[in-house]
Structure formats: structure tokens, C-alpha cells
Design a binder for this molecule. Structure first.
Ligand code: DI6
Ligand code: FE
Length: 403
């Protein structure tokens, strides 16, 4: 199937962020596609033999990519939110058996079907915000059976909805009650059973670890990453969110696609990211919701040309926000990112954070995943929130249904 989209005002993001061209609106463009892949972008493309679709001079960007979510879970943490407002810290709630473990209990008690049903409206909210690709982590099962159930639910979403899904096994998210006082025993289970089972069934594209005082040590993270790499899976880390343990630099040296949160990154850590081509994923929703004050070192990341991605981190404990454009606004207001950095952060750099070399740009050879907006400038995506400016999404050249 050959198709040409005509009357496009395109933001291609087809240059490195240091070059202005990729962020400039190009008027009167055509985008040619064949079998869902872009073959050419330009002003006057030959149209013979193509099916023509006018995008009516709307703004066209690559479909947005949410590179970090925990979308599949059961239960509710609004009570914990109330406790935090009364002054109980997030870490204290976790130590008292709440926090992540309260969601683990609810998620273990939910069936695969129930998990899918709960996740659908969350995914749809992201879709209405222009998202065409979403990463979904497990991490609220903490046993082989329940982690795989979450990953299966995530894969099911892809069959039910018009959205691309990539999955990440986050077995090492918290210590389950069965392994209290035996965290190395749990890491062995993750490495020897969970990762092999997920890899064998093709349920995970990557493996993640929560490297933190209330999570796992850098040594344990390394052990998990080695197991992931033996099974051919990508690695990425939740690192330097609440303190600095050196997890980000270690992950980068091991070839991690991204390190995420990273408020407590040091200068040397930033250098390690730069040297290893690791993406810095900023999660302003969690920063905002936990009322964090430690800023991620955006100036240093810029100076070392580390690509920055922005994601929702959608989860019930620290970022209950199903809007990627809200995160773009927060990345500017809280971290000082420019609207240009934000758009790169939810497209080209987000694709890099997921190892998806075929997404995140409007250029020949890339998948024809677009978001079409009733906007005049791409900066408006970061500027205004809640006005629902999305007109349509296209997935591999086909109009996506949102419902
Ligand atoms: N960091 C986070 O912000 C989420 N997970 C993580 O490792 C929080 C997960 C939760 O509180 O449920
Ligand atoms: Fe997260």
C-alpha cells in the first residue's frame, strides 16, 4: 500500500537537537509511505499510484512515545496520598509495608482480565494525548507468576487498542514479603527464573531495576543486568531518584539504554552517560508529586549533549498522571527544559531510550506513526494543558482509532 499524506505542516525532528532544522515547521509538505514506512518527505512528491490523504494543514509531529510507565496494576493509593499530605514521607510509608507493596497485594489478587480492564482507560488517556508508543513495566507482581501475568496484560493491550507497546520486566522493583531479609535470594529468583521465563515467552524487551536504599543495591542491579544480557534483553535503570548510590554510572557502563529519574546524578555520572550513549529520562511527574526539591542536573546533561527523554512514569504511588503533554509542561516549569527539548524528549530521544531505531522522526525509513494537532506551533504542546488539541493519530500509516 502506497500512500501520500498531503497538506502537512511538519515538524520532522530529523536532525540532532543541536541543529535547528528538525524543530522548524515545514509548510506544505507531503509525506510518502509504503507499507507503513515513510519513503520520502518533501514539497512536491510524485503522486501517481498513491492513495492520497489530506491532513488539512494541521501540525504533524512524530507520534508521541511514553518511554516509562507502570500502567498495569490494581488497587488505589489515594489514602497514602492523604498520609503524605499529613507529613508521612514516601520512604516511611514503604518501610511500613505500604507503598509499592500495597499495590503488589492488589495486583496479585487481580486476574489477567481484570488487569487489562483497569489498564485500558489509562492507555486511552495517553492515546488521546497523541501517544502512539508506550513502554509498560511490570514490577507489582514480584513473583514469576504475577510478573508474567502483568507482562501478558501489557501485551494484550497492544492487541485490543491502536497503540504500540514495548514491555520491560521490573522484577527487582521491591522485595516481596516472601523474601523479607533475603534480598539476595530474591535477586537469584529474578535472575534464574523470572528473566529466563520472560525471555523464553518473548514477554519482555528490556529489564529494569529500582536501584535505591528502599530498592536494590548497585551490585544486585549488576547481577540482574548480567542475567538480562545473557538472554539478549536491553537494560535500563530506576536510578538516583531519592539518593545517589552510583547506579546510573554503573548502568551506563554496562550499556543501559536509559537511566530514569536521576535527580541525584553527579557530574561524573553525567560524564558516564555521555561516554556510553545512555539516555537521561526525566520524570517530572514523580518529582512534582513527591514534592522533591533536588533538581536533575539539566545544565550538565545539556553541556555533555546527553539526550534527554521525558516520560509520565504513570504509576499509583508517585506519578498518577496519564498525560505526556502535562509532563512536557512540567519539564519546562520544574526543570527548565525548552519546548524543543520536550518534543525531542517525547519522540526522538524517547525512541532512543527504548532502542527503537525506527520511530520518533518523520523521515525516510522511519515508521509512519504521526500525531496530527490543531496547533500552530510545536511550543504549544508544552505550553497549554487540557485543551485536547489532537486531531488524529496514524500508526504505520493507518488512521488509529481512539474511542
Ligand atoms: N520509582 C517510582 O517512582 C515508582 N517506582 C520506582 O521505582 C514508584 C512506584 C510506587 O510507588 O508504586
Ligand atoms: Fe518508574
Amino acid at each position: 500500500m502506497k500512500r501520500i499524506f498531503t497538506d502537512c505542516r511538519v515538524v520532522t525532528l530529523d536532525t540532532d537537537i543541536s541543529q535547528p532544522d528538525g524543530y522548524q515547521v515545514r509548510e506544505n509538505q507531503m509525506i510518502a509511505t509504503e507499507n507503513g514506512v515513510i519513503t520520502a518527505v518533501g514539497e512536491n512528491l510524485p503522486t501517481a499510484g498513491h492513495n492520497l490523504v489530506s491532513l488539512q494543514n494541521k501540525l504533524v509531529t512524530p507520534g508521541l512515545i511514553d518511554a516509562h510507565t507502570h500502567l498495569v496494576f490494581a488497587g488505589d493509593r489515594s489514602g497514602e496520598f492523604e498520609q503524605r499530605l499529613q507529613g508521612v514521607p514516601y520512604q516511611q510509608i514503604a518501610l511500613n509495608g505500604g507503598g509499592i507493596l500495597s499495590t503488589v497485594n492488589a495486583t496479585r489478587n487481580a486476574s489477567l482480565e481484570e488487569l487489562v480492564k483497569l489498564a485500558i482507560p489509562r492507555a486511552k488517556a495517553l492515546m488521546r494525548d497523541g501517544v502512539t508508543t508506550i513502554e509498560i513495566k511490570s514490577g507489582y507482581g514480584l513473583s514469576v507468576e504475577h510478573e508474567l501475568k502483568i507482562l501478558r496484560a501489557a501485551k494484550t493491550l497492544k492487541d485490543l487498542l491502536d497503540i504500540n507497546v514495548t514491555t520491560t520486566l521490573l522484577g527487582a522493583h521491591a522485595l516481596p514479603p516472601e523474601f523479607k531479609n533475603d534480598s539476595n535470594g530474591y535477586i537469584e529468583l529474578v535472575c534464574n527464573e523470572m528473566i529466563p521465563a520472560a525471555a523464553q515467552e518473548g514477554l519482555a524487551d528490556a529489564v529494569d531495576v529500582f536501584c535505591e536504599g528502599i530498592g536494590f543495591s548497585p551490585d544486585q542491579m549488576m547481577t540482574v543486568f548480567e542475567a538480562a544480557q545473557r538472554h539478549g534483553l536491553h537494560i535500563k535503570g530506576h536510578t538516583e531518584q531519592l539518593s545517589n548510590l552510583g547506579g546510573s554510572a554503573l548502568a551506563a557502563k554496562m550499556g543501559a539504554l536509559s537511566v530514569d529519574h536521576i535527580e541525584y546524578l553527579t557530574d561524573e555520572d553525567v560524564e558516564a552517560l555521555a561516554e556510553n550513549g545512555t539516555v537521561a529520562t526525566l520524570l517530572p511527574g514523580a518529582f512534582y508529586f513527591l514534592r522533591e526539591t533536588q533538581q536533575p542536573p539539566v545544565g550538565q546533561l545539556r553541556q555533555h549533549r546527553v539526550p534527554m527523554a521525558i516520560a509520565t512514569d504513570f504509576n499509583p504511588g508517585t506519578s498518577p498522571f496519564a498525560s505526556l503533554t502535562l509532563m512536557m509542561n512540567m519539564a519546562s516549569t520544574l526543570f527548565g527544559l525548552t519546548p524543543q527539548e520536550n518534543l525531542y524528549g517525547v519522540t526522538r530521544h524517547a525512541a532512543q531510550a527504548l532502542g527503537m531505531g525506527n520511530k520518533g522522526q518523520i523521515a525516510a525509513g522511519f515508521d509512519a506513526d504521526f500525531a496530527v494537532w490543531d496547533l500552530t506551533s510545536p511550543a504549544q504542546l508544552s505550553y497549554q494543558v487540557g485543551l485536547a488539541p489532537l486531531c488524529a493519530r496514524y500508526l504505520k500509516g493507518e488512521l488509529a482509532h481512539d474511542a
